[in-house]
Structures are given as C-alpha cells and as structure tokens.
Design a protein around this ligand. Sequence first.
Ligand SMILES: [Zn+2]
Length: 439
Amino acid sequence: MQQRQVSSFLVDFWEKSIETIDEKKLKELQLERLNYSIEIAKKSEFYGQKLKDIKKIKNFDELEKIPFTTKEDLLQNNPLSFLTTDLKNIVRVHSSSGTTGRSKYIFYTKKDIENWADLVARCLFMVGIRKNDIFQNMMSYGLFTGGLGLHYGAEKIGILVIPAGVGNTEKQIELMRELKTTVIHITPSYLLYIAHYIEEIGLSPSEDFNLKTAIVGAEPYSENTRKKLENIFKINVYNCYGLSEMNGPGVAFECPYKDGLHLWEDNYYMEIIDPKTGKILGENEEGELVLTTLKREGMPLIRYRTGDLTKILRERCECGRTHRKIMRIKGRSDDMFIVKGVNIFPSQIEAVIMEFPEVDKNYQIIIDRKGGLDILTVQVEIKKEFFKGEINELRDLQERIKEKLKEKIFVSPIVELVETGTLPTTTGKAKRVIDKRRL
Ligand SMILES: [Zn+2]
C-alpha cells in the first residue's frame, strides 16, 4: 500500500476500499492476511507455543484447528507476552475498562495506529462525514479507545475535531453552539441526558443546534432509543461497534441503510460460534462473535472470543458494499444477567420501555434476592406531563409496561414509575444494572 497523503487521494482510497472489493478477491486477501497474522503472531511468547504446529492455511476450514484466544488469556498472561516486537517499536497502549478488577492491555505500533485511523475514517466517510464537518468527540480520552480512536480517524478525513471528552454538560452545549458542531460521538445514555438538559435550559435540541449526525456506541442500546434520539434532535444516529482488543471503535459500522453494521472484512476475519460448544455457525445464525486481526503487527489476536452476541447477515446490503454485515450487538455476554434462571440483556428491557411515549430517557434495573427468590425491579422515568396526570392512568401505564416486559423477557418484574430527573445520571458508560445479589 502506498503512502496516502493527498486528501483527494484519500477520498478515492476509501471509496475504492469500501465499494469495489469483489467477494472472491476479498476471500483471497483474507486468506493471505490470515497467514500473515498467524506467522507474525508466532513471534510472540504467547502464540509462539500455541501456534508452533500450525502450517500455512489453504482454506478457512483449517482455522478450526487453531484454539481460541480468550479474555482470560489476556488477563492472566503477562501483557508483554502478546507482543511480536520489541517495546521500542510500540507507540501506544490502551486498556479496557476492567469491570472485573484486572485490565487487558492492547499495544499498537505506529503502523497499527495509522491503520486503525484509516478504518475509522472509512466508517465516518461512509455515513457522509466530510472535511467541512465539525466533530465534537464526547467520549472519554485516555486509556479508553473511544476518545483517541475516533479523534485520529476524524483527523484523517481532515475534519475539525473538538476533543471535548466526557462530562461538563454546560461546556459541551456551549461548544456545540459556538463552534456549530455537526457531528458528535457519544454514548446513548449521555446523549439522552444532554437532550434532557437542553430542554431544561429552554433550548430546542432540533432547532438551536447544527447537529446532523451522531455516532453512538460503547453501550448497547435499542432501536427504539435510536429512533427517540433521531426524533429529538432531528439527526441521523449511527451505530458504531468496536472493542479495545480489536483496536477500538471502527471494527464495524452502520451505513446509511441502518440495517446491520458492515464489518471490515479486509481487516478482521469473523466467525460466529456457539458460545457453549465452540462450534462454528453459519450466516444468519446467532452466536458469539470471534475475530482475528488481519493487519495488526504489534499485537495480533487470533480467533479472539469477543463475548458479543450477534449474527452475520446473509443478505447483501443495498448500498453495494461487499463487506458483510453483522446484526447490531444484542449484548455482551458480560452484560447479561440471570433472573430466576432466565438470561436477560438490559437491551431487551430497554427496547420494551422505550416503546412507550410516556417514558422519558432514563431507567434502571435492580436485581435483588429475598427469601431465596430473585426480584427484578425496573425503575422508569416518566415525562413530567404524564407523571403529574391521573393516578389511575399511571397505574394503568405501570401495568402495561409490566405486561409487555413479561411478554418479552419471560420474567414478571416490579415496575416503578418515577419522575424525570429522579434516577442517577451518568456522563460516561451508564450503569443500568444494579445487581444487589453480588454486593
Ligand atoms: Zn450498506
């Protein structure tokens, strides 16, 4: 690949890389890069042993011989044992938000950073973001990949980037208004909070701002929440998928059709497996996403179990891109909780409650155990005008939400309606689930 410096050439490059890879060529490229990845991985201490008997792969079926790499592998081994090169060639490290105490470290060479920025730029370009846009990055900078990942990608396109970071809502709104921000990158819960805040100070989210696009990621959210956000701001909201182990954001991204996320198959080889048996599943079958980096040189990961549940969509996209799509992530297996023996994802609950027009933007799920029985409580914020209404109407609403939830998650919850502004708000990743059984 040549050096890419001239911006018109960059545009060309992304359009070509997205639009014109034919499926056969893509497969050849994947196979070639898969072998590259395996070879380079063998230089690391971790894979050196694990892959020593693996010869050149001639077709994708042979991959099954290669063991998975897991989160535990990353957590339990010395982080440096995954490096294929000397530390002096590493220019950046990120780390995942360790919910379980330990952290996973991901190392990048200069080329890895460049390549990642290219992928993010490709995503942004796909949804119509161009040089004249103003991009306010409202994700946390630092070890979390959401900040710098999008930052570098946006700069590649030549956009003005406002590295706003998370929090300080008043300042965020001032920046959006003063600098006429057109694109934001944000978590869904923070965007809902900002909408509420804007209304509170007497401004209109759709009329007093120049926003046209929001890139929303880092937490699972439902289609109903997307629609809600799009309506409040009169903007397009696009789903972004990534995980630090695979660089960060920019692994897969929605195109303007908003029906699944194109996963960049020239950079990642994807498989869907049955999370219990490890068996590879076909297209349109739901399971755990397993990814192999195809271009990363500092720290390749082979057959990495992401813990994310999705499926590969069989139907090709109307936009013409050949990179196959995955369904929006249903949830991380880590997010899932079990109540009365039933697996439940917060996103399922969210999808149900956001269907009710009376529901405002915030909710919380509390799980407790009394007398050996699990109790699931869903607290839902109700818009002020409804909350002040007739008590009977509120009871009726409470009952309808409860019934709908029961229908979807097969567990009968306690539904509590509270007035907007009652539940704790958050500016980073929302803590939607409080599991008191674990406290
Ligand atoms: Zn598409």
